[in-house]
Structure formats: structure tokens, C-alpha cells
Design a protein around this ligand. Sequence first.
Ligand SMILES: [Fe+2]
Length: 200
Amino acid sequence: MAAVLAQEMHFTAHEVEGMYFAGLLHDIGKILVDREILTKSGALDLTEYAAMSAHTRFGAEILSHIQFPWEHLTHTILHHHDRPAYDEFSPRRPRRNLDLSHKIIGLVDAFDAMSSDRPYRRALPFKACLNELVHGLSVQFDPEITREFLRAMLRDVERPPVQRRLLTDRFVRGDEKIVRHQIADALLRVEQFMGIITAY
Ligand SMILES: [Fe+2]
């Protein structure tokens, strides 16, 4: 999903490939996290949470021993659970595409987690996932990436089902019009949020 989003954001083929590998490898550090913590069905206590959080560091450490053709890969894995800092909202600085990679992975990873069954809870309905994105703006998700993600979904819903790349059957069940409306509504709320930020 991260590679598809990168493609929708007009990353180069090399960058898209880098995003594909980042998507595959981002949680590799979990192999060093206690299995009991990984599969625990209840909420994690503080110690367990700290142990779980270390998977970004473990992953970056593991990958730092391998030479990849994407210099951002270790950085992406290390920072994929970072929260956005407020100073990033304004003013905009020119950035390279791959500087956004950890945010793309963070967003896609969270969306994937919300929309699939986990040991500790069932998958959330599609609309609830969209709401989580909007509620997480500024504290968890980068508004620009969230906006790109929703715009890409909106383009996707217009495609015939077999050509869809983000909105798989998991999301589009039943009435497409409702799905389209839900995405458009979330997009509007993201843009309103960004409007408020830019006005400052
Ligand atoms: Fe992770």
C-alpha cells in the first residue's frame, strides 16, 4: 500500500521501489521483541509498551548492516512511529520525496492495523478508520500525507474494482456511493484542518 501511495504521489520508479521495501521491512525489528508482548490480547502496560516501541530501533540496527540502494531505508524504519512535530506544519520547506517515507509508512501501517483484525480487537469499519485518520491529524498523522492518501482513495474508487489498488474488497463492501461519500467527507475535514493551520 505504501508503494501504491508513493506512485500516486508521483515518486520516481526507484523511490517507489524503495517504498515497497520499506513497507516490507518496516517491522522487521519485531523479531527481537518478546513473542508474548507481540501477541498479547489486552492493552500493554508501560514496560511492555517500551519493549514493543523498541522494534523501530532494532529494525534500524538490523538494516544498518545491509547496503540498500535507498539511503533513507534505515531512517524510515527508525522513525515510522514518530509523531509529527508542530513546526513541520508551517512554513513549507522543499523536501525530497523520500524524506516523507517514514510518514507514509506510519500512516499506511496505522490504517492497515485499524482495518484488519488484531489479537486485541476486531477490524474497525471503513468509516471508523477514516474518522481515526481525521482525529489523528497533528498528533499522529501528517496532514499532507493524509490528504494525498484520501485523494488517492477517491481516484481509486472511480476505477473498476479489478483495477483498484488501495480500496480492496476489504473496504468496498456494498454501496460504492457511500464509500465515495465517506472518503470525500474525510478529505473535506482534512482540508479544513489544513486551512486552519495555514491561516495562522
Ligand atoms: Fe511498527
